[in-house]
Design a protein around this ligand. Sequence first.
Ligand SMILES: [Fe+2]
Ligand SMILES: [Fe+2]
Length: 473
Amino acid sequence: MDLKLLEIASLLVSKKDLDELMEEVLFRLREIVNADAGSIYLYHEESDTLVFKYTQNDTVDIIFKEFSLPVDENSIAGYCAYKKEMFFIDDVYSLEDKFPFKFNKDFDKLSNYRTKSIIMVPIFDAKDNLISVLQLINKKNTPFGKPITSFDKDVTVFNEEDVKIVHSLSGIIGVALENSLLYKNIEEMFEGFIKASVQAVESRDPITKGHTERVYRITYKIIEEMDKDDEAFPGFKMNKDDWKVLKYSTLLHDFGKIGVRENVLMKSKKLYDDQFKALKMKLKLYHCIENIDDNKFFEINELVERANEPTVLESELANRLDKFKDIRFKDNFGVEYRLLDDQEYKQLSVRKGTLTEDERKEIESHVLHTYEYLIKIPWTKSLKDVPKIACMHHEKLDGSGYSFGLKEDEIHIFGKVMAVADIFDALTAKDRPYKKAVPIELALKIISEEAEKGKLDKKIVRFFIEKKIYNML
Ligand SMILES: [Fe+2]
Ligand SMILES: [Fe+2]
């Protein structure tokens, strides 16, 4: 028996995931004392309540529903937490007078069960604070795991030996549970920090508000479906760590935008507002000084306004810009102006979109910033690939992407999926004032074309479209 206890103890401390740990604890304890059922309550200090969290039953199927109980003398679990004492009862339907509570038969009635013998165990952390209450139900004299056929014959009472064993394990359960709760707290804190970071990034660029969360949802759904589909993606299986890597790298993929200047990030016209106003003033000055006729003045004005829009610059407009570029005039103080200076000309002549080559590079640098920031976080071993993967969402299979120009076999599968999700969201996002949302059909067509051109992963794109994953979000 001692060996068995040792085995359980080492097993418990090696598990970090709270749910896994608690299910394991419950199962092992039930096994060791041959209990048909069991439950675990977690103690919530702020509300001084017990929350019903885990339950197992070998005889009836239980529809789990979380609920909480006050820590007082009115229920078995509440009493155990209140007294901070271990106790056992032979039959909860005929309670001794020393117990102030009444047994609640609701569960038994609902599920056609008969709760008889129980052991109640309070669990404490290293500082002796209550953290949980454990309940083992119906000791059996039939083999462990076998459903009860007769509550009269199969169920027996717990004995001192059972209490001793459970007691000897309760300490190590406390340590394991405390560790796991701490780990969960740290993880929650970290996730909170990530959410705050995403918010910080997106508050600088309201145009792409919600983008991160949506890319995460799309990526998650595609991966989830891939994981389920053994025919289309044989051998692709996600484990718990993989899901975390996916989550963090997706949520942080555009974190580096924090290092890109705000006006570049939000540029909605080819000229920045102040540039545009200054140019208009210059045109007015030119109008007055050179005494050009009104029609021509309007024409120049209109040309500048049209060229300033983010739409594709028609060649007719481009040619006319060329002509204006070299016009010079002097004001009354003899200061010489060019109707369009080099910078204005350069910006207005952008063929597509609003960004000059330098600005485009600056925006693209967000990926490198993402990497530089994320690499500073001391990731645990299982999360060490997060910075790399977060930076793969603009890579293209043919090596034409940025920032590293990675090729197909160098891009992590999460990066490939993220690339599809990122483009899909950029196309279909509804909240961009200067860019109309593309209808889904067209977005899918564009993505397919990108896949055909060898930019995006064909298999993933086909899967996304055929499975209509965009409708599952
Ligand atoms: Fe990005
Ligand atoms: Fe993105």
